[in-house]
Design a protein around this ligand. Structure first.
Ligand code: FE2
Ligand code: FE2
Length: 347
């Protein structure tokens, strides 16, 4: 077992690995595109496309609530990708070797790319990227609460890769089947890259936990701090998640927050054993009757505090993003001037 290369869990024969599930979704997406599209009036056409597991495309009619809901979700996702560059970017200049630095640089650049695919997907819904950027900076739109925690040691880069990117994949693999075409296609690419992120984090922790006692202690400390915030990434439990039911009816979301959180816990236990690290939950035990692990829920009051802007690094993250946005104004101006000049020449 290495990273997210799972052997089949004995309790779920036939279970597919996460990357296999991405490949399945990609194949089904291509097959569905070859089928005849349903016919009908706007409203029943929309539901018929969803029922047939085909994709709603930008040209299609869609209910205003579906469009708005998707913009909110995709924008929040895009913001998380680019804010997520900060905690790890913090370690690029302090990576322990040239090789580690090159890998981390590539990973952080991938996150910028994920942001880009997702902003582009959001724009197909008729919203302007500049507007989304403003909404992030002035707090009207959110990003994942996990990125408001600090990266204190090099081992945190490992813990983020293993746990945070790991949780992201568990969350995002089902989104490869989301009913909105541009989102589903972006997710297929993103998931393939996230799998590399998860492995690089796992490998950092594996090296540290099999190194000196100090290195092992540093790895354990990082896992102790990142475990519960990673569980909280799946969002509030059932009943407190306002958008779940509608999102599931529209086949944007396929599983509840709790189902995905459970899947993540079950996935991490075997990997933690190989890493020789302990997940910081004395209540974590195998439940034979249910075929899954029992575990302690994260502190959801803390989650809501962080979402409301009172996590350890919220202000720092937005201040940094704002400065980067303002610092990039000349690039946007130059690109616009160049586009105008080119249009004039070709006219
Ligand atoms: Fe990402
Ligand atoms: Fe990632």
């Amino acid at each position: 077992m290495y990273g997210n290369d799972f052997s089949e869990p004995p309790e779920q024969p036939g279970a597919r690995s996460l990357l296999d599930q991405v490949a399945d979704a990609e194949r089904d997406l291509e097959l569905a595109a070859q089928q005849d599209r349903p016919t009908g009036t706007e409203d029943d056409y929309f539901m018929a496309v969803i029922a047939a597991d085909q994709k709603i495309e930008p040209r299609d009619w869609m209910p205003e609530k579906y469009r708005k809901n998707l913009i909110r979700q995709i924008a929040q996702h895009a913001h998380s990708e680019i804010i997520g560059m900060q905690p790890e970017g913090n370690w690029i200049s302090r990576a322990p070797t040239l090789k580690r630095k090159a890998i981390l640089l590539a990973k952080v650049q991938d996150e910028a790319g994920h942001g880009l695919y997702l902003y582009a997907a959001a724009e197909t819904l008729g919203v302007d990227r500049a507007e989304l950027s403003d909404m992030l900076i002035d707090g009207r739109q959110k990003y994942s609460s996990i990125f408001n925690y600090p990266t204190l040691t090099w081992a945190d880069v490992g813990a983020i890769g293993w746990l945070v990117d790991g949780a992201a994949i568990v969350n995002q693999v089902p989104l490869c089947r989301a009913s909105y075409g541009p989102y589903a296609r972006a997710m297929i690419r993103v998931c393939k890259e996230e799998s590399f992120h998860q492995r690089q984090g796992y490998e950092i922790l594996h090296v540290l936990s099999h190194g000196t006692p100090e290195q092992k202690a540093m790895a354990q400390d990082a896992v102790d701090r990142w475990w519960y915030p990673s569980l909280a990434m799946f969002g509030p439990p059932e009943g407190e998640s306002p958008n779940t039911a509608q999102s599931m009816a529209w086949k944007v979301k396929r599983f509840t927050n709790d189902e995905l959180r459970q899947r993540f816990v079950d996935m991490c236990v075997g990997q933690a054993e190989i890493l020789d690290l302990t997940l910081p939950d004395p209540g974590l035990v195998w439940n034979e009757a249910e075929g899954r692990h029992d575990y302690t829920q994260p502190d959801y009051d803390e989650l809501f505090r962080v979402i409301k802007g009172n996590g350890p690094c919220n202000r720092e993250r937005i201040t940094h993003r704002k400065a980067a946005h303002e610092g990039g104004q000349w690039v946007r101006d130059a690109a616009e001037a160049y586009a105008k000049k080119k249009a004039k020449v070709s006219a």
